[in-house]
Structures are given as C-alpha cells and as structure tokens.
Design a protein around this ligand. Structure first.
Ligand SMILES: *Cc1c(COP(=O)(O)O)cnc(C)c1O
Length: 500
C-alpha cells in the first residue's frame, strides 16, 4: 500500500499502446530546435493505466478542500464556489474561446469583460477598471507602477511607499519588486494606523500609502478620511488593498473613502476555486487622474455598441501579462455579481460580518479567552485575529501546535502567524457561506483542543497524529516532498487491506 509510484515502476510498462504507425515516424530533431531537446528521457515512472488512475484517486482522497469541509483561513478568504459559476465557465463559448480570437468574433466575451469592469467600478466607487492582473499581488504591482507613472509625469521621483504594520506580506514585496522602498507605519493600541506615526513619516518622497480597510486585524480604520487628507496633502496616492472586500461589499466604497487605486481579488471576494496555485485574478479600479496610465489593451464600447480592444494609450504603463487576464475567473465573478444582484452583495457583507462575530462570541467563552484572547477590540468585521501568547506562556504550547492538533479533529486550521504584529496569531474568517452548525463545529474543535492543551499538552506538541504524514519541515518540504505515508500508518493500512 505504501509504495510510491516510482517504486511500482517496471521498465516498459505502459498505460496505452497505439497500433504500429502506417507512416514513417518524424524525427523530433527536425521539428524542434536542438537546444530545446531533452538529452535523456524524463525520470517518469512506467505504469499501467489502472495504476495511474489509482494513484491519482488515492492522492485526491488525501487532499483537503473546501468541498470537503470548512477552510477557515483569515485574509485569504475561502468561500463556497456556487456550481452555477462552474457551469457557465465551462460553456464552450467561454471555455474554448481562443485568446487570440479576433475581437469582432469575441463580442460576447468582451461584453462580459466590459460589464464586469462596470460592476467592479460601481463596487469600488472608482470609474475605470482593468481586469488584466493575474493575482492580488500583481494588482498591487500595477498600482505601485501606476503611482510611479503618475508622479513621473509630474517630474517627481518618489522612492517611498508607506505600509502599515498589519499589512499583507505581498505589499512590501510588491514595493521592492517595483524598485521602491517600503516604510512601515505603526499600529496604535486599537489596532488601527497610528496617525501620529503616519504624520511623522509622510513627505513628498512618498509615492503612495497601501492600506487594507478593514485591516487584516478585522478592524475598520475609522480615521480613513483624516488619513486620506494627510496622504493627498503631500500629493501622494492612496492605494486600497481590496483582496478581501467581504466586510464592506455594497455598504462602503473605497473610492468614497478617498482611495485612488483599488485592487480586488476575484478569487477571494468573488468566489473562484483557488489555493494551490490559481488561477487568480486581481483587477484594479482607479480614479480619473490615474486612468491615463492604465494597462493596455483596454476594452472599449463604440457608439455602435460594438466592443473592441484599444491598444492606443500613449501614457499607459503597458502590459502586465499575456492576453487579457484569466478569463474563466471573469465569468465566475460576473455570474456571482449577477446572481446576487446589488441587494445580494450587501447580504454577503452582512452575513460575513455576522458569521465572524458569531464565531468570535463562541470563542469568547472563558475557557478560550484565557489562553487565546482576541488581539484587539471587542467585535470584528469579516475576520478575527486571536493571540495564542497566553497559551504559549502558560502551557508552552504554540499556536502552530494548536493548528496541527486541529487537523486530528478533522478541521482545516485557520491562518497562523499572520498578521505579524500579533504574537502567536491565529486568524480566521468563516465567510458568509458556512452554516451556524459548521461554525459551531469549528468553535467546538478549538475549545476541545484547548482543553487537551490543559490536560495533555504533549498531544498538541507532537500533533498531527492521524494525517498521512506528520510534522514536516515547512521550508524544506517544498524541495524535498515526503511522498510516503507514516510507516506506522502504512502498516495499519496494509493490515486493513489484508483484512478486507
Ligand atoms: C491574498 C491577499 C493579497 C495577495 O493576493 P494574491 O492573489 O495571493 O497575490 C494581498 N493582500 C491581502 C490582504 C490578501 O489577503
């Protein structure tokens, strides 16, 4: 049972043998440049078709996914993907559309993109949208490059980008990638931007401030109007990290708060299967003064109602990727917006915030709060951040141990050790798509694990005990994957196989 496919390999074993060719074979060297040809065949296992099928089915059963149970990450929202979206994305006109199709023969697709842009503009409260970026982080890169282009046209080179302590790690990484320098702004005692620190650091050297609101602590920045005034006062740009709009959808708009650029993560707020590498989508919405620099091509609608792609934008920062973005994600996001409607999007935000606060109320139970209290404030928006600092101090159990033990309770653990400013952080967002019962199960599992921490802390420190592999070296596992079940478990499986 525990042999890997490489060990099962037998020379010459094949899944499928085609009949002999009736035409002379072609030498690959005639078709492909020599420098691109392999010198030796790839080291792939040689297997029969049933072996391959069983291999992949076995792997799929080891996987944990949103279709198996709650996936309560904070920040990186994992909400249910309505099956309607998958049906629409799979329609041949969507799924089989060629990205190089002439715009005149892809009118439906361009119209969908144009309508999605209009809907996102309305949601952001900013008039112009580009769907091009492939991920939230690429939307950020677009935003920083747009800010740079805006200042450059005014003869200014502004090397600094202000980023609050609570920000997602992609913010400073993006800034570095764009060749600018991140400068951290402190948080105050309430978990919001420390305005005094902001005022001390702001200057005409600042290209923009990147802000998440509600921030990653799940707290709404109440002084946003004042922050906008400070940033605009030095001629800088206010950038909104809208990876997760769940808390404000339909209720508040970044454009109305004074933001100039917003990125959305269609693969978070607007559903989409994600995690494990995408495909993602990070459209941006911008104000009038940023619009001239937007990426090309732009989707336009002519007076005759025909849709076209416009490459003729002389002040544009250019292209960020091939083609027009991840089109399948546009179909799903547009389906989501249309099927919910404006009122339904408001309900999303209300239910997401209610669900998060319900979970928070369950976890405010004294048994939890003693060891794992809420890091800031009393209520939250769409997500909450707890601190395992007392758990570590009093019982020498880390948040990591707690998360690993949750796996044994059949629960996917929340995000841990982010945001960085919370010691032993545990961050979670149940989202609007989970039922009360499922949220109760998550709360019950956390409470049960904390009880175990009191009675048998070693159980947590050595967890997980029931997963195919135990605790991995999290850094090395990427390069040296562990492909074998735990030995003791393999023995148990072999026994079960023998018995059954
Ligand atoms: C997920 C996330 C990002 C980055 O988005 P990617 O699509 O993963 O690149 C940025 N900011 C916040 C707050 C996020 O949650």
């Amino acid at each position: 049972m525990s042999a890997t496919v490489f060990e099962r390999s037998r020379p010459g074993r094949r899944a499928f043998s085609p009949p002999p060719l009736e035409v002379p074979p072609v030498d690959p060297a005639q078709l492909i440049e020599d420098r691109l040809l392999r010198r030796a065949p790839p080291a792939l296992p040689e297997l029969s078709e049933p072996q391959i099928v069983r291999h992949y089915v076995r792997l799929s059963k080891l996987n944990y996914d949103l279709d198996s149970g709650i996936y309560p990450l904070g920040s990186c929202t994992m909400k249910h993907n309505p099956r309607l979206h998958e049906r629409l994305a799979a329609l041949p006109g969507n799924a089989r559309l060629h990205p190089l199709q002439d715009a005149r023969r892809a009118q439906g697709a361009l119209e969908l993109m144009w309508r999605l842009e209009r809907a996102l503009a309305e949601i952001a409260g900013l008039p112009h949208v580009s769907l091009q970026p492939s991920a939230g982080s690429q939307g950020e890169l677009a935003g920083v490059l747009l800010s740079r282009a805006y200042h450059a046209e005014r003869g200014q080179e502004r090397p600094l980008v202000l980023i609050p302590e609570a920000a997602h790690g992609t913010n400073p990484a993006t800034v570095a990638m764009a060749g600018l320098r991140p400068l951290t702004i402190k948080s105050d005692a309430e978990g919001m931007v420390d305005v005094a620190d902001l005022e001390a650091k702001v200057s005409e050297q600042v290209a923009c401030l990147m802000l998440t609101n509600p921030n990653t602590l799940g707290i709404f920045e109440r002084r946003i109007a004042q922050i906008a005034e400070i940033i605009h006062g030095v001629g800088a740009i206010l950038y909104y990290d809208g990876a997760n709009l769940n808390a404000i959808l339909g209720h508040a708009r970044p454009g109305d708060m004074g933001f100039d650029i917003v990125h959305f993560n269609l693969h978070k707020t607007f559903t989409q299967p994600h995690g494990g590498g995408g495909p993602g989508s990070g459209p941006i919405a911008v104000s009038e003064r940023i619009e001239p620099y937007l990426m090309v091509p732009r989707v336009t609608r002519g007076e005759d109602g025909a849709f076209a792609l416009d490459y003729d934008q002389p002040r544009s920062i250019g292209r960020l990727r091939s083609f027009h973005g991840n089109y399948g994600t546009f179909v799903r996001a547009y389906a989501y917006i249309c099927s919910l409607g404006a009122a339904g999007l408001k309900d999303v935000a209300e239910a997401a915030v209610l669900n998060a606060n319900y979970l928070l109320a369950r976890l405010s139970d004294a048994r939890v709060a003693q060891l794992l209290p809420l890091a800031y404030g009393k209520l939250c928006m769409h997500e909450l951040v707890l601190s395992g600092a007392p758990l570590r101090r009093e019982l020498k159990v880390k948040t990591l141990d707690l998360a690993k033990r949750l796996l044994d309770h059949g629960v996917h653990p929340p995000t841990i050790y982010f945001p960085l400013l919370v010691e032993e952080a545990l961050m979670t967002a149940p989202t609007e798509t989970e039922t009360k019962e499922t949220i109760d199960e998550l709360a019950d599992a956390i409470i049960a694990v904390l009880d175990e921490a009191r009675s048998e802390p070693e159980l947590l420190r050595s967890a997980p005990h029931t997963t195919p592999v135990g605790r991995l070296d999290e850094a090395r596992a990427v390069r040296e994957p562990v492909l074998r079940y735990r030995p003791e478990q393999s023995a148990a499986q072999a026994q079960r196989a023998a018995d059954g």
